[in-house]
Design a protein around this ligand. Structure first.
Ligand code: BEZ
Length: 187
C-alpha cells in the first residue's frame, strides 16, 4: 500500500446514502476540528488502544525525519476515549486528504453512554501501510517525538495537546501520559 490513501478511501461508500454519520476522533481530531460538523460529544470505542506507532511525514515530521502520531491497535477489553463528531458524508472527502498518510476508514461501534451507541467511522493506520513505524522503547519514541517538526508544527506539541485534550475530557491514557512524562526537557 502506498502512503497516500485518499483514492482507496474515496471508494469506501459505507455511509454515502446517509444524511449524517458519526466520526470518532482519538488523536488530533479531538482538539483540531477544522471541518464542518453538526454536533460533537465525548465518546469511546472498545477493544482498541491508542498508540504512537504511525509515522508522520506530512504533518508532524518530514520524509527525512518523520514524527510519531497515533493509530489504534486491537486490544481486547481496552477502552479508548475521544470525541465523536456528527458530520455530513461529503466532509469525509476533505478528511481523507487531511488523514491521507496511511489512514483508512474503518467502521466501528461508537459508545456515548453505557446504553447508547452508534455505528460510525474511525481513521485507522494498520501495520501494512508504509508509514507505519510500530513499537519502540519509550525513550526512543519520546526522543523521536521531541526532535520532530513538520508543516503542522512540532511533534512535542501534538503529544502535549493530546494529553491536555484527554484531560479536558476527563479521560486519561497511560501510553500518552508515559510518553509525555518521558519527553526530554527543552534546554
Ligand atoms: C483522529 O484524531 O482520530 C485521527 C487524526 C489523524 C489521523 C487519524 C485519526
Amino acid at each position: 500500500m502506498t502512503f497516500d490513501t485518499t483514492a482507496h478511501n474515496s471508494h469506501m461508500t459505507h455511509f454515502d446514502r446517509r444524511d449524517s454519520l458519526w466520526l470518532f476522533g482519538y488523536g488530533s481530531l479531538i482538539w483540531k476540528a477544522d471541518f464542518p460538523f453538526l454536533e460533537r460529544k465525548p465518546a469511546w470505542i472498545e477493544h482498541w488502544s491508542r498508540r504512537f506507532w504511525q509515522g508522520s511525514h506530512d504533518h508532524r515530521g518530514t520524509p527525512e525525519a518523520p514524527g510519531r502520531v497515533v493509530t489504534l491497535t486491537q486490544d481486547k477489553g481496552a477502552r479508548c476515549d475521544g470525541m465523536a463528531y456528527r458530520i455530513q458524508p461529503e466532509v469525509l472527502r476533505q478528511l481523507d486528504i487531511r488523514e491521507k498518510n496511511g489512514y483508512l476508514r474503518e467502521v466501528v461501534p461508537i459508545h456515548f453512554t453505557a446504553t447508547r451507541s452508534a455505528e460510525g467511522l474511525i481513521y485507522l493506520a494498520t501495520p501494512d501501510n508504509e508509514a507505519f513505524l510500530g513499537e519502540a522503547s519509550l525513550t526512543a519514541m519520546a526522543g523521536q517525538i521531541a526532535d520532530a517538526r513538520g508543516p503542522s508544527g512540532s511533534n512535542r506539541e501534538y503529544l502535549l495537546n493530546l494529553e491536555l485534550a484527554l484531560h479536558e475530557l476527563g479521560a486519561s491514557d497511560d501510553h500518552v501520559s508515559a510518553l509525555a512524562a518521558a519527553l526530554p526537557v527543552i534546554r
